[in-house]
Design a protein around this ligand. Structure first.
Ligand SMILES: *Cc1c(COP(=O)(O)O)cnc(C)c1O
Length: 358
């Protein structure tokens, strides 16, 4: 069996969820498990949190139904609401909570004939300019929902564009816009995503929506006291399948992008971009071999990559290699690759997931 695999530590997931709760005071926390729990497996992650999570959030009804069919009974919020109005009957039947972010959704909800009213999270565009009602439209949209027999509770929500930038004033500007646009409208609020849970304690939010922090990756580019307490949930690992002893001046891998400068020991690892390891990882990107630091050399190929074992004489065929996890942080590798840990996790494929800690 090919040795590449992703270990998923469900105890670490629970630890991280508890940190989100602890940092949120009396607020309740929806665990964001969209995109298959950021590549960690939505069903297994939701089951692991089922006893303590106040609810879950996903991108679409397909993801929500997968959780319901697996026996998850907690509230599930659809972060983009419905994509077609005929989803509303399922939303009623399953008791899903539904973001309303656009005028067409509001119209469709008003015009629908529903068996029972649904819980709505009405989204404000407080500055990110993707979706949500503009501040000057918000109170009117809210009152239309209040007047509709299809709507039960309304939560006022918005999303931050730059909460990962701790020295940036945009988050407080968005908060002020939110407070102005929602002034006088009753009901609970939801503003904080992971970077806001970790880094913006002054932002009030009755419901928080942590995603990346649950998986143990920091959303920040700099060290941060709370983020540094998170435990990585995923360990991407494989093994060395061949070792080459090469003299100086020899190329390694596609495009000869690495040339040995001295007598070198090169290990070939069963891991490549078809597994989701980033092809753009530069020579020098960190890995560990049986816990000891090493680095990628040459281009990452589809099924294999090369690492430098020159200073690790004990390493050989069968040695365990960690590509990311608690020894190599996904956030650090992501930064070297010009991306974010979210994308590394979501790109995971082909590699079997092995769950620990149920
Ligand atoms: C994905 C998402 C989140 C979670 O974001 P993180 O940065 O992973 O915590 C929260 N709210 C909304 C609306 C989202 O789409």
């Amino acid at each position: 069996m090919r040795p590449a695999r992703a270990l998923i530590d469900l105890n670490a997931l629970r630890h991280n969820y508890r940190i989100a709760r602890e940092l949120s005071g009396d607020a309740r926390a929806l665990a964001v498990v969209k995109a298959d729990a950021y590549g960690h497996g939505a069903v297994r992650c939701a089951q692991a949190l089922a006893d303590e999570a106040d609810g879950f959030a996903v991108a679409c009804i397909e993801e929500a139904l997968e959780l319901r069919e697996a026996g998850i009974q907690a509230p599930i919020l659809l972060l983009e609401g419905f994509f077609e109005a005929d989803e509303l009957d399922v939303i009623v039947h399953q008791g899903f909570w539904c973001v309303i972010h656009s005028a067409w959704q509001l119209d469709a909800l008003e015009q629908a004939t529903l068996a029972a009213p649904i819980n709505v999270w009405l989204k404000l565009d407080s500055g990110m300019h993707r979706v949500g009602f503009f501040p000057e439209e918000y109170a009117d949209a809210y009152r239309r929902l209040q007047a509709s027999g299809n709507v039960a509770d309304i939560v006022k929500m918005t999303h931050f564009a730059r909460a990962d930038e701790l020295d940036c004033t945009a988050t407080i500007a968005q908060l002020k816009t939110f407070q102005r646009a929602t002034a006088g409208l009753p009901g609970q609020t939801s503003l904080r995503n992971s970077p806001a849970v970790l880094g913006w304690p002054e932002v009030p939010s009755d419901w928080v929506r942590p995603g990346i922090m649950l998986y143990g990756a920091t959303p920040f580019e700099v060290p941060h006291a709370h983020a540094d307490r998170l435990q990585p949930v995923m360990t991407l690992e494989s093994r060395i399948i061949n070792v080459r002893e090469l003299p100086p001046g020899q190329p390694v891998g596609y495009g000869a992008r690495y040339i040995t400068r001295q007598p070198a020991r090169i290990g070939i690892v069963a891991m490549g971009y078809a597994d989701g390891y980033p092809r753009h990882a530069p020579s020098g990107a960190p890995v560990t071999v049986e816990g000891k630091a090493s680095r990628i050399v040459g281009r990452v190929s589809m099924d294999m990559l090369a690492i430098d074992l020159t200073d690790l004489p004990a390493a050989g065929v069968g040695s365990r290699v960690e590509l990311w996890g608690s020894q190599v942080l996904a956030s650090e590798l992501a930064a070297l690759c010009g991306t974010i840990p979210y994308q590394l996790f979501c790109n995971l494929k082909r590699v079997p997931r092995v769950y620990q800690g149920d």
